[in-house]
Design a protein around this ligand. Structure first.
Ligand code: PLP
Length: 455
């Protein structure tokens, strides 16, 4: 493809290194440059309209172009565009948001630490837990256990917690303190004839064996997304969370719920912890907190952790961690307005209802010759394409069909995500039944083209 000299596409190729992109391939194809957005749609600079069935990166809950968020940002910009929260300074939106998050979060979480991104938040979790265990006199208890196919970010520590080879290869990750246990995806990893609960039993036993093998005195925390998102939309098997939590409690291992995608209504409940009955010691949120209009993430944690950390900071003279923009007042003000919109417009209930509709519309595709599994919970779903339905064999190479599907979907004005050969859906929480029908109709058309291409 020839890029017009001085076009945005040519300048992009000349100056940018893109995240999560094959740089050489990108030099040949150039970017799709998005120009504006409205509701569940975005428009590129050539005027093409796309249904954003991924809500950006799983995050634009209230849709694009929401004037209330623009106004909230402008108001706060005019009043106090920035202040930090180092050395005892604060600002009102930051305090308001911390109080609101504590009050709305699952019981037992009492304190908030703000960061700019989910990755920084998970790095903060690691450092917080390490600092806490040092402070309360158990410096050996430092290891984290995460899951294969889990996603927790890409910084050194959070990238180590992530269980995807694509985020480790070439980066010398993971760190040795970060361990991984099996992925809780029943379709792919259950034994022949093993039911969901038996699979959950086996995974809980594996976790316990791993903790005992490492030595419980060395294992600080278990981290997981209640429903795995970026790893391919993988809901856990029934009873999984109650069983792994019981194992963690037996060995004094903290439970960290990473709700960066799940939080604020995605599963049809305010938090996925409510959906799965998780009582975390630490909860991580971001993305839908501001609908990604401003970057912010939050780590919520228990009073027990706070007390240990507070004592440690007193002994050492400070809690020597934080970011220039931790608790940024403009991001906090946008988050407050965004949470107001989610509540006032009943978007959590809408996600539950529209999720049901999405899953009902996708269910018949389970019989399609190219489809191995249709899965999801709340308003997040995936359809896994396979080479052979009977054996569940993947395409060779994995991801080529997904990539083809992803590109064709653009031609049909549909933005989905292909994780390997799983086609993922995570539309804004504002979707209507007609929007869902439109998304599924476009998906069906691309699926038929894909079937013809594969044949
Ligand atoms: N945790 C989860 C569950 C995520 O899905 C993501 C991003 O997709 C992250 C952490 C990292 O967030 P960020 O990209 O803001 O660093």
């Amino acid at each position: 493809m020839t890029l017009l000299p001085n076009s945005a596409q040519a300048r992009d190729v000349a100056y940018l290194l893109h995240p999560a992109t094959n740089a050489r391939k990108h030099e040949r194809t150039g970017p799709i440059v998005m120009a504006r957005g409205e509701g569940i749609h975005v428009y590129d600079d050539a005027g093409n309209r796309y249904v954003e069935a991924m809500a950006g990166l799983w995050s634009v809950a209230v849709g694009f172009g929401e004037p209330r968020l623009v106004d909230a940002a402008a108001r706060q910009m005019g009043r106090l565009p920035y202040y930090h929260s180092f050395s005892g300074k604060s600002s009102e939106p930051t305090i308001d948001l911390a109080e609101r998050l504590v009050k709305m979060s699952p019981v037992g979480l009492d304190r908030v630490f703000f960061t700019n991104s989910g990755s920084e938040a998970n790095d903060t979790v690691v450092k917080l837990v390490w600092f806490y265990n040092n402070a309360i006199g158990r410096p050996e208890k430092k290891k984290f256990i995460a899951r294969q196919n889990g996603y927790h970010g890409i910084t050194i520590a959070s990238g180590s917690l992530t269980g995807l080879p694509t985020n480790h290869r070439g980066f010398d990750l993971p760190l040795p303190q970060m361990k991984h246990v099996s992925c809780p995806h029943h379709y792919r990893y259950a034994h022949e004839g093993e039911g969901e609960e038996a699979f959950a039993d086996r995974l809980a036993a594996e976790l316990e064996a791993r903790i005992l093998e490492e030595g419980p005195e060395t294992v600080a925390a278990f981290i997981g997304e209640p429903l795995i998102g970026a790893g391919g939309v993988l809901p856990p098997p029934a009873t999984y969370w109650e069983k792994v939590q019981a194992v963690c409690r037996r060995h004094d291992v903290l439970v960290v719920a990473d709700e960066v995608i799940n939080g604020f209504g995605r599963l049809g409940t305010m938090f996925a912890c409510d959906h799965y009955g998780i009582r975390p010691d630490v909860l991580v949120v971001s993305k839908q907190l501001t609908s990604s209009y401003m970057p912010i993430a939050a780590v919520l944690f228990s009073d027990a952790i706070y007390q240990g950390v507070a004592d440690g900071s007193d002994r050492l003279g400070t809690f020597g961690h934080g970011f220039t923009a931790s608790g940024h007042p403009v991001a906090a003000a946008v988050a407050m307005e965004n949470l107001d919109i989610i509540e006032e417009r009943g978007l959590v209930a809408n996600a539950a209802a529209m999720g049901e509709h999405l899953r009902a519309r996708l269910a018949p595709f389970a019989d399609h010759p190219l489809v191995g599994e249709v899965r999801g919970a709340g308003l997040i779903a995936a359809v896994e394409l396979v080479a052979d339905r009977a054996t569940k064999a993947k395409f060779d190479p994995v991801g080529a069909v997904g990539a083809w599907f992803y590109a064709r979907a653009h031609d049909h004005g549909l933005i989905i995500r292909a994780v390997g050969d799983s086609i993922c859906f995570c539309p804004p929480l504002i979707v209507t039944a007609a929007d869902i029908d439109d998304i599924v109709d476009r998906f069906a058309a691309v699926l038929e083209e894909t079937a013809a291409w594969v044949a």
